[in-house]
Design a protein around this ligand. Structure first.
Ligand SMILES: Cc1cc2nc3c(=O)[nH]c(=O)nc-3n(C[C@H](O)[C@H](O)[C@H](O)COP(=O)(O)O)c2cc1C
Length: 179
């Protein structure tokens, strides 16, 4: 009986997750310091993530991390951007109110006149739905492999797909967006 009452109230009070979709013409922009703490975000970022500027500035970017995102993707991002190479990635984010939204992200380093990295910058656009349909099962497999084996093995899931197609990581991601 107690369990029934508990489940009844839990079901009643649980809000289901909404999958939010970016507008065609929108850009979600943010900047971080070298440790990934947010130093700037535009209004569209705040609207999509459902946080105020005060709640975001100074916080780690992982504030909007979604559990369906493989760790291996972020590890690849953090290994690549300090080398001043850009990264393209499909990322699903979690909003303050537990809603989800997918983005097609470009992440780069900004450098000063001496070529020293001063911060990181990301611009996201609406992703191609066909790309998301293809990426979802890949990320699902990667997350499963991360849980059972580890992050290296998870990245190999993606590396094997790239090897089969004979393409590099960014090339693959960009081709999915432009299909
Ligand atoms: C410029 C920039 C933008 C980022 N944007 C996101 C983002 O939109 N969502 C996200 O989950 N992580 C983003 N990250 C990666 C986070 O810093 C972090 O690596 C990721 O959320 C995983 O966090 P965790 O390692 O604490 O699990 C971004 C990093 C940088 C440098």
């Amino acid at each position: 009986m107690t369990l029934f009452v508990y489940n009844f109230f839990r079901r009643k009070n649980r809000r289901s997750t909404v999958l939010k979709v970016m507008n065609d013409e929108d850009f979600i922009v943010s900047k971080t310091d070298l440790k990934g703490r947010i130093t700037y975000c535009n209004k569209i970022f705040m609207d999509m993530a459902e946080y105020s500027e005060d709640e975001l500035l100074g916080k780690p970017h992982s504030i909007i991390r979604h559990p369906d995102m493989p760790k291996a993707i972020f590890r690849y991002v953090w290994e690549t951007i300090p080398t001043k190479h850009e990264v393209f990635a499909y990322v699903v984010n979690k909003t303050r109110n537990n809603n989800d939204y997918w983005v097609y992200a470009n992440i780069t380093a900004s450098v000063d006149s001496n070529g020293k990295i001063i911060d990181y910058y990301s611009v996201r656009r609406k992703p191609n739905q066909k790309a998301i349909d293809l990426i979802i099962p890949i990320y699902k497999k990667m997350v499963e492999v991360e849980k059972s084996i580890g992050v290296d093995a998870s990245f190999n899931v993606l590396a094997n797909i790239l090897a089969e197609k004979g393409v590099g990581y960014n090339e693959f991601i960009i081709s999915l967006q432009n299909q």
